[in-house]
Write a protein that binds this ligand. Structure first.
Ligand SMILES: Cc1ncc(COP(=O)(O)O)c(C=O)c1O
Length: 385
């Protein structure tokens, strides 16, 4: 079959499976709301968990203060060539100090971090053990790495221990990789259990805090801070593109691991560095979020109330964070529910396989500290139909 015929056929198949994707027509972001196809809806699909992306005063102040030199918008090169900038040092020093770890490293995105770290650290002599529900970027990182990998059942640490025990002594190094707050289920990894397993089996633990940063921990450092596990986790990653309302990602680690990654991590070495205007903004939002104590508390209270209302009506609402999924099972049901919510003025995206497991289609309600209960009070009733 000709190439173009084959890919057209595959696209038709995606349509028939309700898995066909199109870019939404976003015409404006208006604070809590968003305009999609000319329609104003309450945005319940944003990762701007603390509302920092909507803080126009903060942004205007930043643009006034930040002396926009002619090179602010581009670094024009990789960090190892001429793209490095003093703001990188400031940002990495601020991260290392906040986490009280030896060093930090800034990456172009969480995707870059996850597709680069594992391939840099392991090869065919090592084993990677990954939570079954880890994000696609972690899975891609495992595929790029030459190391064999196994996926343990989601948050099933007895299963993880079985795998660790079975593999002990057969590999140069075992790696455990997990998200802290699972992006599609909104549930939490048991970091103290993971640290205990890592110590028992001499494994290297990597925790992705993409959805934990800004939301968990007194200073917003993530679930690792909330569970007191920051010093024990070998690498903690986080993104700037979610609660920190910027672009890029970071990881904290020992100085030795940083030195090694700097020399071996291809998605760090072979890409143009972030522009200074973004680095300065990331530094500002990182520092700003540290003291957003009441926002974090309000966000988690709002989520708990929504979960309580939905489970009270008999819905399957897993998790315990600001990400509130309502599992529908069928793809068509998730799409229909998202449409019903849209008709009522709410934007909640349906999430379907392969982003979630087969028969695990859902709508994912992503809350923000800037929302009040009144903004979302109608949702349980609408979902109840
Ligand atoms: C758990 C997790 N890790 C990594 C990423 C990728 O981060 P980024 O958007 O900065 O590439 C995401 C989402 O985008 C995520 O949910």
């Amino acid at each position: 079959m000709l190439f173009y015929d084959r890919i057209s056929e595959e696209l038709e198949e995606l349509k028939s499976l309700d898995r066909y994707r199109v870019l939404p027509d976003i015409t404006a972001r208006l604070g809590k709301d968003i305009e999609v196809n000319g329609r104003r809806l309450l945005n319940l699909s944003s990762n701007d968990y603390l509302g920092l992306g909507d803080d126009t005063a903060l942004l205007e102040g930043y643009l006034r203060e930040f002396r926009l030199s002619s090179h602010a918008m581009t670094s024009s090169s990789s960090r190892l060539l001429t793209g490095n900038h003093p703001l990188y040092d400031q940002l990495e020093n601020a991260l290392a100090a906040l986490y009280n770890r030896q060093s930090a490293m800034v990456f172009n995105s969480g995707y870059h971090a996850n597709i680069g770290i594992l391939p840099a650290l392991c090869n065919r002599h090592d084993l990677v053990l990954s939570d079954r529900l880890n994000h696609a970027s972690i899975i891609d990182g495992m595929k790029i790495a030459e190391a064999p990998y196994q996926r343990y059942r989601h948050a099933d640490y007895d299963h993880l221990e079985e795998l660790l025990a079975g593999a002990q002594g057969r590999y140069r190094q075992m790696f455990i990789v997990t998200e802290s707050v699972f992006s599609m289920d909104g549930d939490l990894a048991d970091l103290s259990r993971l640290v205990a397993l890592k110590e028992k089996y001499g494994a290297f633990l990597i925790v992705d805090e993409a959805h934990g940063v800004g939301v968990f921990g007194v200073h917003g450092l993530g679930l690792c801070e909330a569970s007191g596990m920051v010093p024990q986790i070998d690498i903690i990653t986080g993104t700037f593109g979610k609660a920190l309302a910027s672009t890029g990602a970071f990881a904290v680690m020992s100085s030795l691991v940083r030195e090694y990654l700097l020399n071996t991590m291809r998605s760090f070495i072979f890409t143009t560095a972030l522009p200074p205007v973004i680095l300065g903004w990331s530094l500002l939002t990182l520092e700003r979020q540290v003291s957003m104590f009441s926002e974090r508390a309000a966000l988690l209270q709002l989520a708990a109330r929504l979960r309580h209302e939905l489970t009270g009506r008999g819905f399957d609402v897993p998790g315990e964070s600001h990400i509130v999924p309502v599992i529908t099972g069928g793809n068509d049901l998730a799409v229909a529910l998202a449409e019903r919510l849209k008709d009522a003025g709410f934007l909640c995206m349906p999430v379907r396989p392969p982003t979630v497991p087969e028969k695990g289609a859902r709508i994912r309600i992503s809350l923000r500290s800037t929302l009040q209960w009144e903004d979302i009070a109608r949702i349980p009733e609408i979902i109840g139909g």
